[in-house]
Design a protein around this ligand. Structure first.
Ligand SMILES: [Zn+2]
Length: 119
């Protein structure tokens, strides 16, 4: 699971960006749940109407979780969030340990090193 220091992560940028977008959609859907239900109750004053809002949210969260779970790791090609049957939305690949922001971190580090060399 230990990441090699010399490995170039920039080649995974496209794959990791796609994964990050899917994860962002998934976590956003979770975060908007309470505000959405609260707002719906405030506006409609109806449990029935809010039930419809809940149904739409529920459909979206299922889509979001499936999209995030179906995301493949750009390094090992396995499902990034699934090992076995249950998806676990961690920030590292469950198979090879690639971090979700490995490319960003490396770029930042390289920029810092470049900056230090120029001084
Ligand atoms: Zn992997």
């Amino acid at each position: 699971m230990e990441e090699k220091k010399s490995e170039d992560f920039s080649k995974f940028t496209i794959g990791l960006t796609k994964l990050r977008r899917r994860r962002c959609f998934f976590w956003s859907m979770i975060l908007i749940y309470i505000p959405t239900i609260w707002l719906s109750l405030r506006i409609t004053h109806s449990d029935r109407q809010t039930g419809k809002v809940f149904a739409v949210w529920f459909l979206l969260i299922i889509i979001a979780s499936l999209l995030a779970a179906a995301g493949k790791c750009p390094r090992c090609g396995n499902y990034f969030h699934v090992n076995g049957f249950i998806p676990i939305y961690l920030r590292k690949c469950l198979h090879c340990g690639l971090h979700i922001t490995a490319d960003k971190k490396q770029r930042k580090k390289q920029r810092k090193e470049k900056h230090l060399n120029l001084e």
